[in-house]
Design a protein around this ligand. Structure first.
Ligand code: ADP
Ligand code: MG
Length: 252
C-alpha cells in the first residue's frame, strides 16, 4: 500500500487537481484508491460530491471513530474518499492538549487492512498540523509545482520541512517526485522553470508534465474528474501518463 502525501504549501499549485485526476486515472488502471482530503476547504470532497457533515476526516482526527466508518464511495469505480469538513479549520484548537497530535492520521491508517493500492492525501496550502499529519502518515511525498510562476523558493523550504519530518518523526519517508503542473509550453517562464527544476533535482522530476488547459479548470464545477468530463482531452491524456509513470516508478 503506497501512502502518498500530495504536498505544497503554496495554494494554486494543483494539489487538488492532481489528487482527484490521478486518483481517477489510477482507478482506471484497476488500482484501488483512497483519497483523503485533509484541506478544510474540502475542494476534492466537493469535486467528487462527497462532502458530508456527518462523516469525514474530522471524525477521524477528533472523535475516536473508526476510519472505515468515514469512507465514502465516489461515482468512479475503484475510487473512495474520506471527505474533509469545515470543522477542520479548528483542528489546532481541538487537538491542542493532545499528545502526539502530529501522528493521529498515521495511527488511524494503521487500522486499515491492505485493501488499497494507493492512498492519496490532498493537503491544505500550509505546512501546519494537517500537512504534518499527512507527512507523518505517508511513506511517499508527491509535490505538484505550478510552473507558470517562479515557485522554486517555496520548494526549498518544503524540502527542508520534509527532511525534518524524516529525521524526527518518519524515517521511512521518501520523496516520490516533483510534478511540473500548469505548464504553458508557449511561455518562456514555464520552460525556464522546468529546465531549472531538472537541473537542480534531476531524477526527482517527473517526465510527465501536466499542461495548463481550460478543460482541467472546468471539470471541478461539473463534479467529474477529467477522464469523465472529457476523456479525450489533453488534460485526461496528461493525467493518464502521470498514472502510468507513477505505477512504473513504484515497480522500480
Ligand atoms: N493543468 C491545469 N490547467 C488549468 N487549470 C488548472 C490546472 N491545474 C490546476 N488548475 C487550476 O488552478 C487552480 C488551483 O488548482 P488546485 O488544484 O486547486 O491547487 P491547490 O489544491 O494546490 O490549491 C484551480 O482553479 C484549478 O482548476
Ligand atoms: Mg487544494
Amino acid at each position: 500500500m503506497s501512502i502518498i502525501a500530495i504536498v505544497n504549501q503554496k495554494g494554486g499549485s494543483a494539489k487538488t487537481t492532481t489528487a482527484v485526476n490521478l486518483g481517477a486515472t489510477l482507478a482506471e488502471n484497476g488500482k484501488k484508491v483512497l483519497l483523503i482530503d485533509v484541506d478544510p476547504q474540502g475542494s476534492s470532497s466537493k469535486w467528487l460530491k462527497c462532502l458530508n457533515t456527518e462523516k469525514g476526516i474530522y471524525n477521524v482526527f477528533v472523535e475516536n471513530t473508526s476510519i472505515y466508518d468515514n469512507i465514502s464511495q465516489t461515482s468512479i469505480e475503484g475510487l473512495t474518499v474520506i471527505p474533509s469538513s469545515q470543522w477542520l479549520i479548528g483542528i489546532d484548537k481541538a487537538l491542542a492538549s493532545e499528545v502526539g497530535a502530529e501522528s493521529i492520521l498515521r495511527r488511524k491508517l494503521g487500522e486499515l487492512e491492505n485493501k488499497w493500492d494507493y492512498i492519496l492525501i490532498d493537503c491544505p496550502p500550509a505546512l501546519g498540523l494537517l500537512s504534518l499529519n499527512a507527512l507523518v502518515a505517508a511513506n511517499e511525498v508527491l509535490v505538484p509545482l505550478e510552473t507558470r510562476v517562479m515557485a522554486l523558493d517555496g520548494l526549498a523550504q518544503l524540502l527542508r520541512t520534509i527532511d525534518t519530518v524524516k529525521e524526527r518523526l518518519n524515517p521511512g519517508l521518501k520523496i516520490n517526485g516533483i510534478i511540473p503542473c500548469r505548464v504553458d509550453k508557449r511561455t518562456r517562464l514555464s520552460m525556464d522553470v522546468i529546465s531549472d527544476l531538472r537541473k537542480r533535482f534531476n531524477g526527482m522530476v517527473y517526465d510527465t508534465c501536466i499542461r495548463e488547459t481550460v478543460k482541467l479548470a472546468e471539470c471541478p464545477s461539473f463534479g467529474q474528474p477529467i477522464t469523465i468530463y472529457d476523456s479525450k482531452s489533453q488534460g485526461a491524456k496528461d493525467y493518464r501518463l502521470l498514472a502510468k509513470e507513477l505505477i512504473k516508478r513504484k515497480r522500480k
